[in-house]
Design a protein around this ligand. Structure first.
Ligand SMILES: Cc1cc2nc3c(=O)[nH]c(=O)nc-3n(C[C@H](O)[C@H](O)[C@H](O)COP(=O)(O)OP(=O)(O)OC[C@H]3O[C@@H](n4cnc5c(N)ncnc54)[C@H](O)[C@@H]3O)c2cc1C
Length: 424
């Protein structure tokens, strides 16, 4: 009979799940019995999707067999979790039935819900609509086929993983269009997004706005995407309730983008469209007792933002994109969350206390063009937290070639060879 009880069960074998399993094995005083539940055959290094979408990295290099990532000695349950019953320390899976645990780690990431934007599902089938989140190879096709007009880059109103990814696609797209001066002249590059600032950290915002102005990129703030008409090629937006009709744009004083506004609804015509799809937490979390019950993070898993432990069920921990904490949803954030979670979990098992705290660290490597990257590192207070070693050798408030090399070669190497092995 197959085993159905484990000391530690980890839901999700992506970035957070594998790092946690690998570090638990390295740091535990005695051998732990760990199971990872994940249905996926492939483990994906998602940060390189941005480069795939710009034709400078192959999709194949982002993928490795999941079987090779599962740390030796961990059980892999190749299945999908369908529900969670924290009162009985049990979970249900789609095909293999019920499993029970002593300790549970949640790391299932987010899922994409295209139905939250009317017309999006249909629009994704169009030859001029693309998303690095869904199919980065298609993005590269769309960019190469673009013949001028409005190149619209946008994102939904939900939180999204790697919040900087939609603007990275824009900088790379514009850099590509600029190789043909006539094409660039006939193109409006537009970034329409719900926020009021292009980046929340003052030092990085300053540099990004310099880039936006010098390259004549059009910013449209407070644009809440709700509908796409793939036949007319129009994206529809509303302003936020607290700022009705109060537009905030940059580099579009003469309305070159030809956006139309009527009764609080803004229409932007596109000749190509890149977007991030709405991100939501998996239903086994949002429908469970451990979900945040209200506010902007409703439905995400409730964990303490400093210890990664659930306050109501102390044997449940979680990290990564599915957590209801105000941290950016990035692999870089998970790199700092993992040792904290692991220490608190081991402290419980080993009957000791832990004083480790996660401070909200995240980093967003904003690729500003082919050969340039700005490494934006910050904490919960949006305070710049650049790596002290990097800060000694270069100005971290400027995009640079060495950072591009880090993005294209250094970070993927660190991911596969260090982070996935529990070494950092
Ligand atoms: C285009 C793009 C660009 C990005 N750029 C960067 C970047 O430059 N830097 C950076 O740090 N981060 C970046 N990210 C974000 C980063 O990839 C994610 O934040 C990170 O992978 C999240 O890790 P996770 O473990 O929470 O989820 P994931 O790595 O997504 O893993 C979740 C795993 O859980 C499994 N799963 C899901 N549901 C279930 C279920 N019901 N039962 C069992 N298993 C389940 C999935 O199969 C998957 O394997 C980017 C992401 C994208 C899409």
């Amino acid at each position: 009979m197959s085993k159905n009880h484990f000391q530690v069960i980890i839901i999700g074998g992506g970035t957070g799940g594998i790092m946690t399993a690998a570090q638990l094995q390295r740091k535990a005083k005695s051998k732990l019995e760990i199971a990872i539940i994940d249905p996926s055959e492939l483990h994906i290094y998602q940060p390189a999707y941005t480069l795939v979408g710009a034709g400078t990295y192959s999709l194949k290099r982002t993928q490795r067999p999941e079987a090779k990532q599962i740390p030796k000695g961990c059980h892999w349950i190749k299945d999908k979790v369908s529900s969670l019953d924290p009162d009985n320390n049990s979970i249900d899976t789609t095909t293999k039935g019920k499993f029970t645990y002593e300790y549970l780690v949640l790391a299932p990431g987010v899922i994409y819900d295209l139905s939250l934007v009317e017309g999006l599902e249909e629009a994704m089938k169009s030859d001029v609509v693309c998303s690095n989140y869904l199919d980065p190879e298609k993005t590269w096709q769309v960019v190469q086929n673009f013949k001028g007009g409005n190149a619209l880059y946008t994102q939904p109103t939900t939180p999204i993983k790697c919040g900087g990814a939609p603007q990275k696609a824009m900088y790379l797209g514009e850099d590509y269009f600029r190789k043909d001066p006539t094409l660039r002249k006939n193109t409006n590059v537009i970034y329409a997004f719900p926020g009021t600032v292009i980046f929340g950290v003052e030092e990085f915002k300053k540099r990004l706005l310099e880039i936006v102005d010098s390259r004549n990129l059009i910013l449209k703030h407070r644009h809440r995407l709700f509908k796409i008409d793939p036949v007319k090629q129009i994206a529809y937006y509303k302003y936020p309730l607290e700022h009705p009709y109060e537009s905030l744009t940059r580099n579009d004083d003469e309305n070159k983008s030809n956006s139309q506004e009527k009764d609080g609804i803004i229409e932007i015509k596109y000749d190509m469209l890149h977007l991030a799809p709405p991100n939501v937490p998996p239903t086994f979390i949002s429908e469970s007792k451990i979900a945040v019950q209200e506010g902007g993070l409703k439905g995400y898993a409730k964990v303490d933002k400093h210890t990664m432990q659930n306050p109501d069920y102390p044997n449940i921990f979680g990290l990564g994109d599915a957590m209801g904490i105000p941290a950016s949803k990035t692999g870089a954030a998970i790199r700092k969350q993992t040792p904290v979670l692991v220490d608190h979990l081991l402290a419980k098992i080993e009957n000791r206390t832990s004083d480790k705290k996660y401070n909200g660290y995240s980093s967003c490597p904003i690729v500003t063009g082919y050969g340039k990257m700005l490494l934006c590192e910050f904490d919960y207070d949006n305070k710049k937290e650049s790596d002290p070693y990097l800060s000694k050798i270069l100005d971290t408030t400027k995009d640079s070639w060495p950072m591009w090399i880090l993005k294209k070669y250094g970070l993927p190497w660190l991911y596969w060879n260090q982070m996935m092995k529990g070494r950092m």
